[in-house]
Design a protein. Structure first.
Length: 147
């Protein structure tokens, strides 16, 4: 398999392996292959995973790289309005521009979730430079402090 990017596969508790997929609590964390070795993810899936990790990491969490992360956590308990959406867009763009050189942002927007008024949805469309494929993702941010 000729791949440009490869990483350990990690499933975040709030996001499935694929857009819209729900993950049960026992599936969170590092993934194992059927041979009981650490599972790997490749190319666009690897980049998607890196973006999710970046956006859900608070600056200061990584000991050897304390600046790494995104300031989305500062929006906790903010009103779900245009100002908060604008800050979310700013924080995501700032983190991606600094830490994810493998992509080009095509579209970045944020708005109130139609099903839950305390959730801000961040819409990200990006192109993976190595494969020239455009990907989309929605990152829900719970402003109320819940999951």
């Amino acid at each position: 398999m000729n791949t440009s990017y490869m990483a350990f596969e990690f499933v975040h508790p709030d996001f499935g392996r694929r857009p819209g997929e729900q993950v049960s609590p026992e599936e969170n964390g590092m993934r194992l292959s059927p041979k009981h070795t650490i599972s790997l993810t490749y190319d666009d899936a690897s980049v998607r995973q890196a973006i999710l990790i970046l956006l859900t990491t608070r600056p200061g969490e990584r000991v050897m790289r304390p600046e790494y992360g995104c300031m989305l956590h500062t929006l906790l308990f903010s009103p779900n309005d245009d100002t908060t959406a604008g800050l979310a867009i700013h924080y995501v763009r700032q983190a991606l521009d600094r830490w994810e050189p493998r992509i080009r942002i095509v579209r970045l927007d944020a708005g109130r979730n139609s099903g839950a008024e305390e959730v801000l949805d961040i819409y990200l469309e990006y192109t993976v430079l190595a494969t020239n494929r455009t990907q989309q993702m929605i990152i829900p941010v719970a402003l109320s402090g819940g999951n």
